[in-house]
Design a protein around this ligand. Sequence first.
Ligand code: THU
Length: 162
Amino acid sequence: MTDHELKINFKEYDTLKELSAKDHSLCQEAVKAMANSHSPYSKFRVGAALRLQSGKIIHGSNQENVAYPSGLCAERVALFYWGANHPDDPIEAIAVTAHTDDFEILQPVTPCGSCLQVLAEYEKKQNKPVDILLFCNNGPVWVMNSVESFLPFLFFENRLIL
Ligand code: THU
């Protein structure tokens, strides 16, 4: 038997102002993206913004549905839009934030496993890691340099890729 230990690295900043100008501005885009959240059921509004290598910004927000499982998280809305429309313009970074009137969000919201898996697929596809910026109003900012920091055992099988 072998005991393994994994270390996860991420950076924590106290405020968005400590980020580089372009990361700070991407976070502001994630806030703007929340405006189109369709979340009448959870009342939990999530915004995601992607910055592509060309400088283009893509917005995503969570889109819920009365048939609950038909809804989709903000991150995957943005990521699938990228995959469908800009697959040759690599993703440099994704910023994610959330807001609800029901309670105060004190820690950054971390993407769900399905969103991480989708991000992992695109990191592999573009052969470049994606910076992940997570923040909430008045809380800390967490920055990871690749989805692998979150999901070290992500499902991946090279032989399933043509
Ligand atoms: N949600 C996201 O959009 N992204 C996340 O990272 C976590 C959860 C959405 C799904 C649902 O519309 C609402 O937040 C409550 O779970």
